[in-house]
Ligand binder design. Structure first.
Ligand SMILES: O=c1ccn([C@@H]2O[C@H](COP(=O)(O)O)[C@@H](O)[C@H]2O)c(=O)[nH]1
Length: 308
């Protein structure tokens, strides 16, 4: 799957991911009204609204981008109907040729991690039948439980040719509370980065590993160090846009070949029509506003890479 991600990035020339994080408050009134008219103000109604919202954004942007990252929490909050909308979104994006990164941030004791890996990137056996339940291409993994919590994900990746992004240095303001703690004089995130590099050597694609890392755009200096520690890991970089990251901060997340990193923006793209810059599109044309925001993000990152 890493090979498809790299190929999609080369084809589009856009090292970006659209984060599909649909909160009801981002969904224009006309979309909500239609969904509620059919399903009522219910979990089913909310799930229909988020699915229709996602579909319009994907339809308006898929030709520009290599990948999407649906954040499962945004769907789980609507219970089973929300998870059905998650699955519909995954399948639709794959039909459109996009790589799907399920932002699920799972990780547990080995046997439980194995079940998470099976459900999201693997296959489950039911009697004589085999199912791929969620079937994302990549998932995000929390490595805090150690190697035995990560290995089941790696095993499924090898078997199914899927991929992982392991949390190394997260973008949030308090990520340093634990992740920056020094152990024998070195920050914990560097030690996790070394582990990601080691795990990744077991499953190499053509030029990059199936095992990637998450490093926040909000910590560019740390990204520079981690790029060197994990030369073959693709880095998923959240924190662009709504969290303050900009193209000029991100050049050191990339390798000299212009590859090696993929930058996510969720609210900055899907709720673009609410920003002053794109307000002229109006809520009716929210998908066009998202397309304009994608074009601006690509130009910002390309410009930064060309001028480095
Ligand atoms: O370190 C991390 C890891 C994951 N995320 C996720 O990325 C998006 C960011 O959304 P924006 O609207 O672009 O801020 C969201 O799904 C987070 O859960 C992250 O932000 N930082």
């Amino acid at each position: 799957m890493i090979n498809q991600l790299v190929s999609n990035i080369k084809k589009t020339g856009a090292p970006i991911v659209v984060g599909l994080d649909p909160m009801l408050s981002y969904i224009p009134e006309q979309v909500q009204k239609k969904a509620f008219a059919e399903f009522g103000e219910t979990l089913e109604g909310a799930a229909e609204a988020i699915w229709q919202f996602n579909k319009e954004i994907v339809d308006k942007t898929y030709d520009l981008i290599p990948a999407v990252k649906p954040q499962i929490a945004m769907y789980e909050q609507f219970g089973i109907p929300g998870l059905t909308a998650f699955k519909k979104t995954v399948d639709y994006c794959k039909e459109k040729g996009l790589v799907v990164i399920g932002d699920i941030k799972r990780g547990d004791i080995g046997s439980t991690s194995a079940a998470y890996a099976t459900g999201h990137i693997g296959k489950v056996q039911v009697g004589g039948n085999t199912f791929a339940p969620f079937d994302e291409d990549f998932v995000t993994v929390n490595p805090y439980l150690g190697s035995d919590g990560v290995k089941p994900f790696i095993d499924v990746c090898k078997k199914e040719q899927k991929g992982l992004f392991i949390l190394v240095k997260t973008s949030n303001p308090s990520s340093g509370e634990f992740q920056d703690q020094l152990i024998d004089g070195r920050p914990l995130y560097e030690l996790v980065g070394e582990k990601v590099n080691e795990w990744g050597q077991e499953c190499m694609g053509c030029s990059y590993s199936y095992v990637g890392a998450v490093v926040g755009a909000t910590y560019p200096e740390m990204g520079k160090v981690l790029r060197k520690i994990m030369p073959k890991a693709y880095i998923l970089v959240p924190g662009y846009g709504a969290q303050g990251g900009q193209g000029k901060d991100l050049v050191h997340f990339f390798n000299e070949d212009g590859l090696g990193a993929i930058v996510n923006s969720s609210r900055g793209i899907i709720a673009a029509y609410k920003q002053e810059k794109y307000a002229s599109f109006g809520a009716e044309a929210f998908g066009d506003a998202s397309r304009a925001a994608v074009e601006d993000m690509i130009a910002d990152i390309r410009g930064a890479l060309e001028n480095r």
